[in-house]
Design a protein around this ligand. Structure first.
Ligand code: ATP
Length: 304
């Protein structure tokens, strides 16, 4: 079974507002798939439908090839962290996990110590939850997901609010789980540059619609060098560029910024063309496109 999650025309409406437009999405075995979108794009709503916290308005979900009543069984192979779990502040990590182990009917008590080892909290035996750093709290949340030895994790904004060290710890942990335990991961965030170091696939969501779906390789290709310039009249500059280079690929971003994805080698000629034609060029540089800029370009830019 190579497809772990599959949605078919999955839709969610709150009152009359369509929050998720009919959505076909699949997570394949072994992937670390980043779901990227701004606040309110619909990430949590999708995750809640996958976990069963929300009923879809229409469409279908298959988990490990199972749908309908059989998804309940398939869900046991999944670990969801959608909202921050409510841990007892005065309990240690082991005590908290013990509470949830019993509540969830997981037989093996040793599993607690295994997962604490995996998330690197085993040494903090005596520390109470309330004295944990944000990063440690998130790692305990992931430990809770791991209790039932899932094959797939679905994590909603696991690095939100963490400092650089906390982010790095979570990244290392997720990469380890994927590489060593072959756990597939669907993870959402709006910290785009962080996901670039983690994910193998990037799915961009805007207003409940998938607007792009890229492999890491495609993203890396897109991250190649581009020309970025700021001018006084972007529309005029665009006309001149199109006349001189009919197959030019460019985007117009807010604040009269233009990015050009090809003809990077001809940057000097492009600069001269614009200046000689009376366009005021206030900035001109060659840069590597990063994920964040790609995403913002996609959402806010005017694509040719
Ligand atoms: N229970 C609800 N009732 C009504 N509207 C809702 C409900 N839950 C979410 N929404 C709306 O659905 C849209 C998508 O919200 P959602 O929480 O899925 O976005 P998100 O991408 O996860 O954003 P964030 O990063 O802020 O969590 C938003 O407009 C939100 O206001």
């Amino acid at each position: 079974m190579d497809i772990i999650i599959q949605t078919y025309q999955l839709k969610k409406t709150f009152k009359k507002e369509v929050v998720i437009k009919p959505l076909d999405f699949s997570l394949r075995k072994g992937e670390i798939c980043a779901l990227i979108g701004k606040n309110g794009a619909g990430k949590s709503t999708i995750f809640k439908m996958l976990s069963g916290q929300l009923f879809p308005t229409a469409g279908d979900i298959q988990l490990f090839g199972k749908s309908g009543k059989e998804t309940a069984q398939a869900k046991k192979r999944m670990g969801f962290m959608i909202e921050a779990p409510e841990f007892f502040p005065d309990f240690t990590a082991a005590q908290n996990l013990e509470y949830f182990r019993i509540q969830r009917g997981i037989a093996e008590k040793e599993r607690i110590y295994e997962v604490l080892q995996i998330v690197d909290l085993a040494k903090q035996k005596k520390k109470r939850f309330r004295d944990y750093s944000m990063g440690m709290k998130q790692r305990l949340g992931i430990a809770l997901c791991l209790l039932s030895s899932p094959d797939c994790l679905v994590l909603d904004e696991p690095i939100n609010g963490l400092d650089a060290e906390g982010i790095m710890e979570i990244r290392k942990l997720l990469l380890k789980l994927n590489e060593e335990k072959q756990i597939s991961i669907l993870v959402s965030s709006h910290i785009l540059t962080e996901l670039q170091l983690l994910a193998t696939r990037f799915v961009f969501i805007k207003n409940g619609v998938i607007v792009d779906d890229l492999s890491k390789k495609t993203l890396d290709d897109k991250s190649k060098k581009q020309i970025r310039l700021k001018v006084d009249d972007a529309a005029k500059a665009a006309r001149l560029l199109e006349q001189a280079y009919p197959d030019i690929q460019y985007k117009i971003l807010p604040n009269h910024i233009i990015t050009i994805q090809n003809y990077v080698e001809e940057s000097g000629e492009i600069n001269r063309l614009l200046i000689d034609s009376g366009v005021l060029v206030m900035e001109f540089r060659i840069e590597a496109l990063n994920l964040e800029e790609y995403f913002l370009g996609l959402v806010e830019g005017v694509e040719k």
